[in-house]
Design a binder for this molecule. Structure first.
Ligand SMILES: Nc1ncnc2c1ncn2[C@@H]1O[C@H](COP(=O)(O)OP(=O)(O)OP(=O)(O)O)[C@@H](O)[C@H]1O
Ligand SMILES: [Mg+2]
Length: 464
């Protein structure tokens, strides 16, 4: 019991009492408790110590010469808000007690006190400090995790891309990230920011396709008060807000051409002119733009300015489609399994071989985002520790079955054609003339085909 108590007691205590004997006594008691203890007879010196080093708990006498306990309490709360203060006094009145608590004291102990009481209350104050510290650490951990980017891959091409991204991240050059929807363009943008020297600056993402021309302009460049009817206050644009950091311009090809001109100007001049303003403001932004369209095609067609394209595309990071790197699939599945199992507090740790095989054969037009959704859904609906075939979405289970025979073997082209013609015939109520029209072949060809298919059980009539 005593040993356990001793082991648990950590922390720094400062004792302030102008009476030498009392001070010595308390110091002795607190040292025996296992705390790191400092002491002083003066309020002023106490405050200097508090400003100089982090104390967890301050035990102070109320009645002292010059700076008294109440003044010390106030000064301490201001200088070191995380330090808990316990007030001790021989002249306990209800008023001082209330005042001390109001000023943020942890507790108020009246003399003569029992040592046991001081020990207990100090222990409680320590615990409060410890909990607050732990909470803060947890919150910071969560924040760090949320801002943290994990790009999961073992694909050689992706690794080269990551190396390139890491290499150029600390430079200020603009980057154009391209790739199909869901391949991780935004993830790369975030990665570039996190790996850059701008990491402590802002990271601001704007979807250029989500606003009308006027709204986008207003968002990006801001306006002065009175710039237009209804502009009752001025507004800082995101360009300005992102200064010192990274601006992620998503769906850049959706930016109207008029805006493209403005953006080009900002990039060239490194300054922004708010709507209605006369003087431009200096900005220092690193631009990462993204698109899932073929932007060179847009340049050729004239819907995207070539000069802006060159300015944005100083470095191009093209992220390959998931279907180009299926060796990443197990790794990604595992990553998302862990993510969602933890989030849903479920003990789902694996995917069955059948389900994995099914996914390996899937096309993933929605790329990593589609995979992530499938794993999230599977984790949510499984009752076991694994995602199994039955937990995959229906469309996935059906895909490919059209091209398989009942035993699962893949059909030959002829078998597929036969199946298809039968289906069309059935759809048109068995009328061969109509079926031939639908199939866009002549009736004689249709009849011949049916004849070969039905070699044994020939039911097809020769066309008239
Ligand atoms: N390599 C990867 N490792 C881990 N997670 C990934 C990876 N690639 C993509 N993701 C995840 O997939 C999802 C889609 O990625 P992201 O939003 O970056 O795609 P996008 O290319 O910007 O898509 P869109 O073109 O539709 O905007 C995100 O949740 C992202 O975290
Ligand atoms: Mg995106």
């Amino acid at each position: 019991m005593e040993l356990r108590d001793k082991m648990q007691k950590h922390g720094k205590v400062l004792i302030v009492d102008d009476e030498e004997v009392a001070l010595k006594n308390l110091k002795h008691v607190m040292s025996k408790e296992g705390y790191e203890v400092a002491g002083t007879q003066s309020g002023e010196e106490a405050l200097a110590l508090i400003k100089d080093q982090p104390f967890d708990v301050v035990l102070t006498d109320l009645q002292m010469e010059k700076m008294d306990g109440m003044q010390l309490l106030k000064a301490c709360r201001a200088a070191s808000p995380d330090t808990e203060v316990i007030m001790i006094t021989g002249y306990a009145t209800a008023e001082t007690a209330v005042e001390a608590m109001k000023e943020g004291a942890f507790y108020y102990i009246a003399k003569p006190f029992r040592l046991e009481e001081v020990r207990k209350i100090t222990g409680e104050a320590m615990e409060k400090v410890r909990l607050r510290r732990e909470n803060r650490q947890l919150r910071e951990q969560v924040e760090r995790y949320q801002g943290k980017v994990q790009i999961i891959t073992q694909d050689a091409g992706m690794r080269r891309l990551l190396d390139l991204a890491k290499q150029i991240a600390p430079t200020d050059c603009n980057v154009l990230v391209t790739g199909e929807s869901g391949t991780g363009k935004e993830l790369f943008a975030r990665y570039l920011h996190n790996q850059s020297n701008r990491v402590n600056g802002p990271y601001i993402a704007v979807n250029c396709g989500a606003f009308s021309m006027e709204l986008l302009s207003n968002e990006l460049f801001g306006h002065e008060k009175g710039a237009f009817t209804g502009a009752t206050t001025s507004k800082t644009g995101l360009m300005e807000a992102a200064s010192g950091g990274t601006l992620f311009l998503d769906e850049i090809t959706e930016m109207p051409t008029e805006m493209q001109v403005k953006l080009l100007r900002v990039i060239q001049e490194k300054e922004v002119l708010r709507l209605g303003a006369t003087k431009p403001v200096k900005v220092d932004v690193r631009i990462v733009a993204a698109t899932n369209r073929d932007i060179t095609e847009e340049v050729k067609r004239g819907s995207f300015r070539q000069d802006l394209y060159f300015r944005l595309n100083v470095v191009n990071l093209h992220i390959p489609a998931l279907s180009q790197r299926m060796d990443d699939l197990p790794l990604l599945i595992n990553h998302f399994l862990q993510k969602y199992a933890a989030q849903m507090k479920k003990n789902v740790t694996e995917i069955s071989p059948e389900a994995l095989a099914k996914l390996m054969n899937h096309e993933f037009t929605g790329n990593v985002r589609e995979l992530e959704n499938i794993v999230e859904r599977g984790t949510a609906i499984t009752n076991s520790h694994a995602i199994e075939l039955a937990h995959l979405p229906d469309n996935l289970l059906e895909s490919g079955t059209r091209f398989r025979k009942k035993d699962g073997a893949i059909m030959t082209l002829e078998e597929q054609e036969k199946e298809y013609i039968r289906w069309v015939l059935n759809e048109v109520g068995g009328n061969q003339t109509v079926a031939a029209q639908v199939l866009d072949i002549n009736r004689v060809s249709l009849w011949r085909k049916l004849k070969t298919y039905n070699a044994g059980e020939n039911q097809a009539e020769p066309p008239a």
